[in-house]
Design a protein. Structure first.
Length: 205
């Protein structure tokens, strides 16, 4: 693809570096931005910068937040005895959109994947286990993707929490094997959370 401007070329390359964005789509984005007012572009630039400067990870659950403690963890009406373990921020959004879950979350920041060099030490697993020492947590819900990486991570957590007297459950398989939570419709995902099953029953199959 030949460009008449180095600025356009570099902008297209920058957008094409985003997940799921090809060069043709990137070019459409760039041409759209060229037509916008300077104020709109400056506002967009400011927001992009704030993604790095003003956001942080919740000290309790590792969710993305503007404060040291996210709105969910600081909400006194949430059920403090139940923790839903998810891969990342997108899964928190998906489950929250169902309106059926009122407990807390714990964001792992990924899934165990030896092929990609992601080991348990790269994830927020130890901080999850540390939460169990207080005895306040009664149930952990494993809401991880129904993939090989998700199952591997779930089994690892199962072994880590085994010494504690805590109920370990997993979302019901309304989510098809191989599917990711963020793409599930709200009704299916909501039912999967509500009709969760003991994790050890999955191991017996």
């Amino acid at each position: 693809m030949e460009f008449s401007s180095k600025i356009i070329e570099k902008a297209v390359e920058a957008f094409a570096g985003l997940p799921g964005v090809g060069k043709k789509t990137a070019l459409r984005y760039v041409l759209h931005l060229i037509k916008q007012d300077v104020q709109d572009i400056e506002q967009l630039s400011k927001l992009i910068t704030q993604l790095k400067t003003d956001l942080r990870f919740c000290v309790k659950c590792h969710n993305i937040s503007e404060q040291n403690e996210c709105d969910i963890c600081s909400n006194p009406t949430r059920n403090q005895s139940v923790i839903c373990v998810v891969q990342d921020y997108r899964d928190v959004l998906a489950i929250e959109n169902t309106g059926l879950y009122k407990g807390l979350y714990h964001v792992l920041g990924g899934l165990i994947s030896p092929l990609e060099g992601i080991t348990p030490s790269n994830l927020n697993i130890e901080t999850l286990v540390n939460k169990l020492s207080s005895g306040q947590v009664q149930e952990i819900i494993l809401a991880l993707n129904a993939t090989m990486e998700g199952e591997t991570t779930s089994f690892y957590i199962f072994r880590k929490v085994a010494p504690y007297s805590v109920k370990l459950s997993t979302i019901a398989r309304g989510i098809a094997v191989g599917d990711e939570l963020e793409y599930a419709d709200e009704i299916t995902l909501g039912r999967s959370i509500t009709n969760r099953i003991p994790f050890d029953s999955m191991l017996k199959k």
